[in-house]
Design a protein around this ligand. Structure first.
Ligand SMILES: [Zn+2]
Length: 152
């Protein structure tokens, strides 16, 4: 499947705009957004770093005791610590919505697919250059600190 262009309606100003979102039903394929509105593409099933972070969540003393659904929530919340930031140095967020170009709100009232993504609006894959330079211990402490912060 390919990234899909959606028409979105802003909850705050009512503005209509288009943005790329992951089609529902495409398991493991996610669009990450930064608060600057930059998007990156993640195929969790093919990204080895997603597996690495999954294992580190399971190994965390508190998160490891959670059930699968809650562990997945923690994983999504902390995964972007393993991703390079966007070109403006903002962190990507799984589940983040694109900001409205008019009022910058990320509250979206409704969205519907309008077609395939035009080539000129293609988005980059998430990268992990910084993460891949870390030692196993640095990876563990990076993810576990993010989990500690999230579970506070
Ligand atoms: Zn708006």
């Amino acid at each position: 499947m390919t990234p899909t262009l959606f028409s979105l309606k802003c909850e705050d100003c009512g503005g209509i705009f288009t943005a790329v979102l992951a089609n529902t039903g495409s398991y493991g394929e996610l669009i990450l957004y930064s608060r600057a509105g930059n998007a990156a593409w993640l195929n969790a099933l093919e990204d080895p770093v997603f597996d690495e972070v999954t294992e580190l969540v399971k190994a965390h003393p508190d998160a490891g005791k959670l059930d699968d659904v809650d562990q997945a929530t923690v994983l999504h919340a902390v995964f972007s610590v393993a991703c390079d930031p966007d070109p403006e140095h903002h962190r990507y967020v799984i589940g983040g919505m694109p900001p409205c170009p008019n009022c910058k709100s990320q509250k979206i009232e409704s969205w519907e697919p309008v077609g395939a993504l035009p080539a000129e609006r293609s988005i980059p894959h998430v990268t992990h250059a910084w993460w891949n330079g870390l030692s196993p211990e640095e990876k563990r402490s990076t993810v576990h600190q993010a989990i500690d912060h999230y579970l506070l």
